[in-house]
Design a binder for this molecule. Structure first.
Ligand code: ADP
Length: 548
């Protein structure tokens, strides 16, 4: 996961999705990878500037693998990129700077939302219904050459702003330099903003981002976790950093694999004398995330459900949330409790509480004293609306199927040839010699730009590029995503026929009492790939486009 959410890897994964679905993935700023795409960056900026003289962009350069604002700087022109020294050894992403963020109290702020990836296959995503809003400490101005280097104006990182003399430690959820996101929503709601729309845009941003990350994660996963045997159950809490634009559109800044779960902050009692004191805002948000995650992931959950069958207690039986308890003890009269009571009853309108099965009668359920549920399931709940985006996921299933040896993450030339042959993709216009050249060309290019040199062969992104190429050749005239979808349908169809044929042959050849035959690795459905699709033929006949 840490690999997957590095700035460069995330940008690459999102770029593939932007190529396929530009409208759906316009929540991520246009980005280039440095130093590899420096020339492309220069050329594209020049092209847009030539077409629109009034365009005066700003860009933000972020070192790959950096965090807490480390090494980040703003530029007005590609020639300002610091190409010397560190960039060669430490690649970076340069992206369009969002110049018009939503401001509160004249300050820029971002949102940290916690997302639980409960399972990869089947995909299960939960979102915490409250998050953190981290504020800058200097009033915002659109970037100009005088203020470009004002970090307290442009970067919302807590770790930077804490060092500003103007940082305000929050004594309530709705004031200071770190607030709950729900308090921001309350504020916006009181100004007439449609916060249901804001929430649903955020949910869709999160689901789409996870959909972009899962294909490669599956490749990592199958190389590490043996399939078909009881083994570790993996889950991950991700920290999504999101910026609301002035027009309330959420934009993804980055994803953190190991978001800080600290619930204390350093307080400077007197110059140079620090003390760790509880941060109520952090506690409010993070304790609930950890607790709900443990509830959801608890391997003993099934047993508990057996012991506490009277599930889904009435909400009024629950003990109040952390904030309310605090507000009566530590925070008398503070707005924490006010913010909670104004919190939209359910940020996922019309949906039942997915976590309710884990609560119970307070007298019989030992968990009942815990505050209310914060993690909301959004996938598979909204799967129907988003499944059409999972094309790269289906490509990854094909890729994994042909990887063969367990533990590898790269496809060898024989695996690629078998893929072409089994999916019947070679033809008079695409000879096997041309397939080999395609493999060599794309693999060599990708191996020169990726950091991962562990094993040789074709990585998933290279396979995706080859797949796009094949799809464009075969289904000319269609938009890219339809070309790709048609080729995936075709491949799945041929593979399901092959599986059926092998199953029949295996059955007819094998005497009743003989042991199961060893299955050819290239025909065995790999981790994460769906069972052989018997619906393949059916699907193909319903395909909107005739196959060439
Ligand atoms: P880091 O991992 O170092 O925190 P981020 O990508 O989160 O890096 O960027 C740090 C901060 O810079 C963000 O919290 C945000 O305030 C600001 N920022 C990052 N990218 C953009 C962008 N494209 N437009 C505007 N502000 C940005």
């Amino acid at each position: 996961m840490t690999e997957m959410v590095r700035k460069i890897t995330l940008s690459r994964a999102l770029r593939i999705m932007q190529n396929l679905f530009p409208e759906e993935y316009n929540f991520y700023p246009r980005s280039w990878i440095l130093p590899d795409e420096f020339q492309l960056f220069v050329a594209q900026v020049r092209m847009v500037k030539d077409g629109d003289r009034s365009w005066k962009p700003t860009f933000i350069v972020k070192p790959d693998g950096g965090c807490q604002g480390d090494g980040i700087y703003l530029i007005k022109d590609p020639s300002d990129v610091r190409l010397t020294g560190t960039l060669q050894s430490r690649p970076a992403v340069v992206q369009e700077y969002i110049c018009k963020p939503l401001l509160i109290d004249k300050l820029k702020f971002d949102i940290r939302l916690y997302v639980l990836l409960k399972s990869l296959d089947p995909l299960e995503i939960y979102i915490a219904k409250d998050g953190l809003s981290r504020f800058c400490t200097e009033p915002y101005q659109e970037p100009n050459s005088q203020n470009l280097h004002h970090v307290f104006m442009h970067l919302t990182n807590y770790s930077l702003n804490i060092h500003s003399g103007k940082f305000i430690h929050s004594d309530s959820a709705s004031t200071g330099s770190k607030r709950t996101f729900s308090s921001i929503l309350c504020k916006l709601s009181s100004k007439g903003v449609d916060i249901k729309k804001v929430w649903s845009d955020i949910i869709s941003l999160v689901i789409k981002t996870v959909i972009a990350l899962t294909p490669e994660l599956k490749v990592f996963y199958q190389s590490d976790i043996p399939t078909g045997r009881p083994g570790p159950t993996c889950f991950q809490i991700l920290g999504f950093d999101i910026l609301l634009m002035k027009n309330l559109k959420p934009m993804l800044l980055e994803v953190n694999a190991n978001p800080s779960m600290r619930i204390e902050h350093e307080y400077e009692l007197s110059p140079g004398v620090f003390e760790n004191i509880p941060s109520l805002v952090d506690e409010e948000v993070k304790v609930a995330v950890i607790r709900d995650t443990l509830r959801l992931m608890d391997p003993l959950k099934k047993k508990k459900e057996k012991h506490f069958p009277d599930i889904c207690m009435d909400r009024k039986h629950r003990v109040p949330p952390v904030s309310d308890r605090m507000s009566s003890s530590k925070l008398k009269g503070s707005s924490l409790s006010v913010a909670r009571s104004q919190h939209p009853e359910n940020p996922f309108p019309g949906k039942e509480d997915p976590g309710c099965e884990l609560t119970g009668d307070p007298d019989s359920n030992p968990e009942a004293h815990l505050p209310s549920i914060c993690l909301k399931q959004v996938f598979p709940k909204y799967a129907k609306q988003f499944n059409y985006l999972r094309l790269v996921d289906r490509m990854a299933n094909l890729f994994i199927r042909f990887l063969g040896i367990k533990g590898t993450m790269k496809l060898g030339p024989t695996g690629f040839r078998t893929f072409i042959r089994n999916c019947k993709l070679s033809s008079s216009s695409l000879s096997m010699a041309a397939v080999d050249i395609l493999y060599i060309d794309i693999t060599r290019r990708w191996n020169s730009v990726t950091l991962d040199q562990r094993d040789s062969g074709m990585c998933l992104q290279a396979f995706v590029e080859a797949f796009f190429f094949l799809a464009q050749r075969k289904f000319k005239m269609l938009p890219l995503h339809e070309q790709v979808a048609s080729l995936i349908d075709l491949c799945e169809y041929h593979l399901s026929l092959l599986d059926e044929k092998r199953l029949v042959c295996g059955r007819s050849r094998r005497p009743q009492s003989s042991p199961p035959q060893e299955v050819n690795p290239t025909t065995q459905p790999a981790a994460g790939s769906p069972a052989p699709r018997m619906i393949g033929a059916n699907k193909l006949s319903h395909s909107r486009h005739a196959l060439s």
